[in-house]
Ligand binder design. Structure first.
Ligand code: CA
Length: 273
């Protein structure tokens, strides 16, 4: 049985709102729209969407405030729509808790690719999809690169290739891929899906460096990998998300317990203490 996913569009420009509505409906969403921030927050509260598209320039409250309010109760995937010249705004939006951004004018194909990549990341609150795999998953970060490679090469959806009961433990951090939960020294830490995905990617790679480009591709999915150009702005998106993860975990970039920066390249797991 398939439960129809819900999307909320927060956008004051009617033409863009109609275009987003069409794209999301074609992608199988039940769509609700709001022309301003106040109504948008209420629509998200009422309809509990999987996806929110958010215009940063709204007539009432600013987009950053909308993101902050949404993050108090929603783990929806938040995509900001920004003008090309607003890179600083984009970074502030990511710091406030948005997942990704698309610059206007956007191509519908690009939005569909982002959303389909996101849909491969189930929320903890959703039932896990049925899987035919009953292979035992080792409680270690080793050997987990294989599913990612298989997903990159194969035709199957990536979600089915990823171990669902994978658990990772490192220096007091525990991440459970099956329940989508994270704990530090036994205390739960609330991560957005994007933050969880990034942390998971670094944990499963261990001391092998994950480049920022690699992490952008990981977040955006295989379709995007096919020909997508990764810009410096995209890489900064990863930097902001990593900063958010560090803040939530209480990690210190100068003396990292988990996320070690490899200057000019990317990130890897800090050594075992
Ligand atoms: Ca606007």
């Amino acid at each position: 049985m398939e439960i129809q996913r819900v999307a909320v569009i927060i956008e004051d420009d009617k033409d863009i709102r109609d275009l987003l509505n069409a794209v999301l409906q074609q992608s199988g969403f039940k769509v609700f729209t709001a022309p301003n921030g106040t109504d948008g927050v209420e629509a998200v509260r009422t309809h509990n969407p999987t996806v929110v598209t958010l215009d940063l320039g709204l007539p009432d409250i600013d987009g950053f405030e909308v993101i902050r309010q949404l993050r108090l109760f929603s783990d929806a995937y938040i995509v900001m729509l920004t003008a090309r010249a607003e890179e600083l705004d984009t970074l502030m939006g990511l710091e406030a808790g948005a997942d990704d951004y698309i610059t206007k004018p956007f191509r519908p194909r690009e939005l569909r690719a982002r959303i389909s990549a996101m849909l491969r990341r189930p929320r903890a609150s959703e039932e896990k999809p049925a899987t035919t795999s009953d292979a035992a998953v080792p409680d270690t970060a080793a050997e987990t690169a294989a599913p990612a490679l298989a997903a990159a090469a194969g035709t199957a959806p990536a979600a089915s290739a990823v171990p669902e009961s994978g658990q990772f433990r490192h220096n007091g951090l525990s991440l459970d891929f099956g329940t989508r939960t994270t704990e530090v020294d036994g205390a739960p830490v609330e991560l957005t899906r994007t933050e969880f995905e990034l942390l998971h990617a670094v944990l499963e790679s261990g001391r092998r460096v994950r480049t920022k480009t690699d992490l952008v591709r990981r977040l955006r999915g295989d379709e995007y990998d096919a020909g997508g150009f990764i810009s410096e702005a995209d890489e900064r998106t990863v930097e902001v998300h990593v900063g958010n993860v560090r803040r939530k975990l209480g990690d210190d970039s100068r003396s990292p317990r988990w996320l070690e920066t490899v200057r000019g390249v990317g990130y890897r797991l800090a050594p075992t203490r």
